[in-house]
Design a protein around this ligand. Structure first.
Ligand code: CTP
Ligand code: CA
Length: 226
């Protein structure tokens, strides 16, 4: 079934991929960040290019080379910047794949000057919740096919399926993290869930895993939208 779409399974598709972490600045020298190398998201963007799609990659702070053949790369730092860049790019897209590890909270105030250490005193940071990019897209009447990622340390299937439902996603890619799994590794394993099915993609190089994910996205897109 997958082979019937061939290697160019997303030819003519506009695809937006987010990748990497976001950094939420505290002051000019400090930030709150997420553990993400961006490798998986960049591999997904490259696989979408190889599948024939016009790909826009919205990247948080990462040190990775731009995949060849990309339509556009937009570099952002904060979750707010990523939210704005993705919403702008995804308006006319067919598929959005949210592989970024978006910061859930940002400091209420960003100090213009470096905060100085106060000996012996605790530091309290007040944080505001960031908007959810996937949920914002899902709330729009006409929105792209939405793919989320869920990196979980425990109860992976339960949390991933909950996010699929609550965020109104078409598919979610779940993986176990912690204990040396997931981050900064060249390979990974994913379980894909959609409303009435799932498939396990066993541990393999992230480039190959991305290719398999893109093939499944194309398959589910055709099953539900075509
Ligand atoms: N996500 C998003 N916008 C946010 C936070 C997350 O679009 N502000 C997306 C991520 O890119 C990912 C999916 O939502 O595709 C799941 O992210 P995750 O952090 O696992 O879920 P949360 O809903 O933030 O829940 P929690 O961190 O509490 O597990
Ligand atoms: Ca989160």
């Amino acid at each position: 079934l997958l082979a019937s779409f061939g290697d160019r399974c997303l030819a003519g598709f506009k695809v937006v991929v987010s990748a990497g972490p976001t950094y939420e600045d505290i002051d000019p020298v400090r930030f709150i960040g997420n553990r993400s190398s961006g490798q998986m998201g960049f591999a997904v963007a490259a696989a979408a290019v190889a599948a024939g799609a016009e790909v826009t990659l919205v990247a948080g702070p990462v040190s990775l080379a731009t995949p060849a053949g990309l339509h556009r790369r937009v570099d952002v730092r904060s979750a707010a910047q990523m939210h704005a860049a993705v919403l702008e790019a995804a308006t006319h897209a067919d598929v959005y794949i949210g592989a970024a590890a978006v910061g859930d909270y940002r400091p209420q105030e960003v100090s213009a000057q470096k905060l100085k250490k106060r000996d012996g005193g605790e530091l309290v940071l007040h944080l505001d919740e960031n908007p959810d990019i996937l949920a914002s897209l899902s709330a729009q009447t006409a929105h792209p096919f939405l793919v989320g990622f869920a990196a979980e340390t425990h109860d992976v299937a339960t949390y991933a399926q909950g996010k699929l439902r609550h965020k109104g996603l078409d598919m979610i890619a779940a993986n176990q993290v912690g204990g040396g799994l997931g981050f900064e590794a060249a390979d990974n394993a994913l379980t894909l869930y959609w409303a009435d099915g799932s498939v396990e993609l066993p541990r393999v190089a992230k480039t190959e895993l991305a290719r398999q994910l893109i093939a499944r996205v194309a398959e589910r897109y055709r099953a539900t939208r075509a």
